[in-house]
Design a protein around this ligand. Structure first.
Ligand code: HEM
Length: 240
C-alpha cells in the first residue's frame, strides 16, 4: 500500500466509496429527491431541494435553541447567547431560499402542486419545532429575570451590569425577528405564486398567513422599546 492509499481508502463503517460519503451518508441524502424521470415538471427538483434544505436548517436551528435553553435554565447566559447566535445564523438561509422559489412561474407551479396531496408547510417539522421551543425560551428568560430580582426595564436600563442576560434578551429578539422575516417572505412567495385570496393545500386561506405573520414570540421585548422611548420623551420633551 502506498502512502497515498493509506489516506484515500475509507476507514469509516457504512456505504460509500469514500469516508466523506460514508460520514455524511450522501448516498441516502442524494436519493431523497425524485429522479429526473419522476419529476412532474423540471422545476420540481428545485422545489424539493429548497424544501429539504430548509427542513435540515430549521432542524439545526431548533437543536441549537434547545441547547441554548438548557444553558439559560442553568444561568449560563454566555453559552446560551452563543448558541442562539448560531441558531439565528442557521435561520438566514431558509429565508433566502424562499426567493429561489419565486423563480417558479404560477402555471408551472400548479403542475408541481397537483402532486403534493395535502402536503403543507403547516406540518413542517422544522418550523413546528421552532414554534415549540420559542415560548419555552421566553419562559426561561423571565425565570432568570425573576431570579435576578429585576424587571425588564431594569435589565435594559442597567444593561452593562446585566450584560449576559441582556445579550440573551437581544438574541431572543433576533430569533423573533427571523421568524417574522421568514413568515413575511413566505407570504410574499405564496402571494406571487398562488395568489393572496386562495386556499392552500391544507385548506388554509392565504390570508391566515398574513395573520400569523403578525404573531410576536416575545412581544414584551419589543414593547420595552416603546416604554424606553416614552420615558425619554418625558425626561426631554423636545425629542422625537
Ligand atoms: C411555491 C412555494 C410555496 C407556496 C406556494 C407555499 C404556500 C403555502 C400556503 C398556502 C400555506 C398555508 C397552509 C396551507 O397550505 O393550506 C403555507 C404554509 C407554510 N409553509 Fe409554505 N409555501 C411554499 C414554500 C414553502 C417553503 C420553501 C417552506 C419552507 C419550509 C414553507 C413553509 C411553510 C410553513 C412553515 C407554513 C406554516 C406558516 C406559519 O405557521 O405561519 N413553505 N405555505
Amino acid at each position: 500500500m502506498t502512502h497515498r492509499d493509506e489516506f484515500t481508502k475509507p476507514i469509516l463503517p457504512g456505504k460509500g466509496a469514500t469516508d466523506y460519503e460514508r460520514y455524511l451518508r450522501t448516498d441516502e441524502l442524494l436519493a431523497l429527491q425524485k429522479s429526473p424521470a419522476e419529476l412532474s415538471h423540471q422545476d420540481e427538483m428545485t422545489f424539493m431541494v429548497v424544501h429539504q434544505s430548509s427542513e435540515l436548517l430549521l432542524k439545526g436551528a431548533a437543536f441549537e435553541l434547545g441547547r441554548a435553553l438548557e444553558h439559560l435554565e442553568r444561568g449560563d447566559f454566555a453559552n446560551s447567547a452563543r448558541l442562539m447566535r448560531r441558531a439565528n445564523q442557521l435561520l438566514e438561509p431558509p429565508i433566502g431560499l424562499l426567493h429561489i422559489l419565486e423563480t417558479i412561474t404560477p402555471y408551472d407551479y400548479h403542475i408541481i402542486r397537483a402532486g403534493l396531496g395535502h402536503g403543507s408547510g403547516l406540518d413542517s417539522p422544522g418550523f413546528l419545532s421552532l414554534l415549540h421551543i420559542g415560548p419555552r425560551l421566553g419562559q426561561a428568560f423571565h425565570d432568570q429575570l425573576k431570579h435576578a430580582g429585576i424587571t425588564l426595564d431594569d435589565l435594559y436600563r442597567r444593561h452593562e451590569e446585566f450584560f449576559g442576560l441582556h445579550d440573551v434578551a437581544e438574541r431572543l429578539v433576533d430569533f423573533d425577528e427571523r421568524m417574522q422575516l421568514f413568515r413575511f417572505h413566505h407570504l410574499k412567495l405564496a402571494e406571487r405564486i398562488i395568489g393572496g385570496r386562495v386556499v392552500g393545500t391544507m385548506g388554509t386561506p392565504v390570508e391566515v398567513l398574513q395573520q400569523r405573520m403578525e404573531h410576536w414570540l416575545y412581544k414584551d421585548l419589543w414593547d420595552i422599546r416603546n416604554h424606553i422611548t416614552a420615558a425619554s420623551h418625558q425626561a426631554e420633551p423636545s425629542k422625537k
